[in-house]
Ligand binder design. Structure first.
Ligand SMILES: [Zn+2]
Ligand SMILES: [Zn+2]
Length: 115
């Protein structure tokens, strides 16, 4: 069995959230719950393009200095441009506190508050 390779909810595996450079992972339970709710509402796969990031990886990908990716409170998911508006609305309902869409780069950043 590979490191972090286990199912943590109906549709997500912990491995999907690990840092690509060092395989470290932190994932807040409320972030996972919101992602699973979004997945249930979409009824289609939600592809995590960036989950946990260690400080070095966050810097390497140009993340903001205090990125919530470094605390397991944010995830980026793939989305095509046409889906962005409905994704934004569904993400709010799913419980994310902040949604930033990047139509030109085909992904959306989703985060939960840390309180
Ligand atoms: Zn790393
Ligand atoms: Zn992000």
């Amino acid at each position: 069995m590979r490191l972090n390779d286990f199912q943590i909810s109906e549709n997500f595996n912990l491995r999907e959230f690990q840092c690509p450079c060092c395989h470290a992972v932190m994932l807040h339970g409320r972030l996972l719950a919101a992602l699973q709710r979004l997945r249930d509402m979409l009824s289609r796969p939600v592809i995590i393009t960036s989950g946990y990031r260690c400080a070095a990886h966050n810097k390497a990908v140009g993340g903001v200095k205090n990125s919530l990716h470094m605390r397991g409170l944010a995830a980026d998911i793939a989305s095509d441009g046409a889906m962005m508006e409905s994704l934004r609305n569904l993400a709010r309902v799913a419980g994310f506190s902040r949604v930033i869409t990047y139509p030109a780069r085909s992904f959306a950043h989703l985060e939960i508050s840390d309180d």
